[in-house]
Design a protein around this ligand. Structure first.
Ligand code: ZN
Length: 327
């Protein structure tokens, strides 16, 4: 009898991509208030008149990267089933009081601290309607502090802690998370079902809540997709085969230059992506200059002048602002 190799599984959250409003407001919020590094300033490869902005830790480590397609004057999204409705970030234990003070100073409203699955959680919203939360954890993370960041390293965001989805039915989404992507059910609390992969620590969590069948809509603050980590292209193609075999119609593998991607919709309707850990954001820029200038994939370089003319000019936070990091 032949040994059948176990199915490949994902290794946690790779990145999350979101629709935003005004690009300058988006940039200011995530760099100046949240203290993240702009690690890539590029365009939406499928609509090059729109920016694609990537915020992450100092090196764009997989799992730290929240990306945005900012479209000025876009109406706000309405959360609904089949959507990722919140993107919680990990912060070190004891960081929430720092963040409450910081958000307060910048006039960002926040909710009461909640305990979720035993973790202290501070929920709030970004200026364009994306639900965020900061979750205190001491789980190990792939994280490199951003020394020019405006938040002291000891309080910087460690990357996405989990993704939270609304669905009208648990079972179809649960089956894909467990049987296809390799998650295990690890908890139930207040209507939220928690799934973890690879032990389910910070960055390896998906949470699903069943809600009534109301109609959501896309728009600013709406999550476009969540991407899951794959070690390499070969592993990604193996998992793509599994996804195809269960009838989820994955896309072809697409070369996003900084990683290779495969897209598919989970049965509830949310868009998922598989993304390889490498080659990463230094594929086309020096580490110290990540995000400094508009980067285009090679196949769009020929249209640079036209693309640049169609984009709103952005004031990027470089050189780093005076506030001075206390490390
Ligand atoms: Zn993506």
């Amino acid at each position: 009898m032949e040994n059948s190799a176990p199915n490949p599984r994902v290794h946690g959250i790779h990145h999350v991509s979101v629709i935003a409003g005004d690009p300058q407001e988006n940039l200011d919020f995530y760099t100046r208030i949240m203290g993240m590094r702009l690690v890539k300033k590029t365009v939406n490869q499928d609509a090059p008149g729109t920016y694609h902005l990537f915020y992450a830790d100092a090196e764009g480590s997989p799992g730290t990267d929240l990306t945005f397609f900012p479209i000025p004057d876009l109406p706000r999204h309405q959360p609904g089933p089949g959507q990722i409705v919140e993107v919680p970030f990990a912060v070190p234990l004891g960081s929430i009081p720092y963040w409450q003070e910081r958000l307060d100073e910048h006039n960002v409203p926040f909710d009461e601290v909640e305990t979720r699955f035993g973790e202290q959680t501070l929920p709030f919203e970004d200026p364009h309607g994306l639900r965020l939360a900061l979750v205190e954890t001491d789980d190990e993370r792939d994280f490199v502090p951003w020394e020019h960041g405006l938040v002291p390293a000891r309080h910087q965001l460690r990357g996405m802690h989990s993704v939270r989805l609304w669905e009208t039915q648990l079972e179809p989404t649960e089956t894909v998370l467990t049987d296809v992507l390799g998650f295990d059910k690890i908890g139930d609390e207040d209507g939220w079902h928690r799934f973890g992969v690879g032990g389910g620590g910070s960055g390896k969590i998906a949470e699903v809540r069943v809600v009534a069948e109301v109609r959501g809509s896309g728009g600013s603050g709406g999550v476009h997709h969540a991407a899951w980590r794959m070690r390499d292209s070969e592993e990604e193609m193996e998992l793509r085969n599994v996804i195809a075999r269960v009838g989820l119609q994955p896309s072809a593998q697409i070369d996003r230059f900084w990683f290779k991607s495969v897209y598919f919709r989970e049965p509830g309707g949310a868009l998922f992506e598989l993304a390889t850990d490498g080659p990463g954001f230094t594929a086309d820029e020096e580490l110290e200059h990540l995000g400094d200038s508009l980067v285009l994939p090679p196949w769009l370089e020929g249209k640079r002048e036209k693309i640049e003319a169609s984009l709103i000019s952005l004031e990027t936070p470089s050189p780093p602002v005076q506030e001075g990091p206390e490390l």
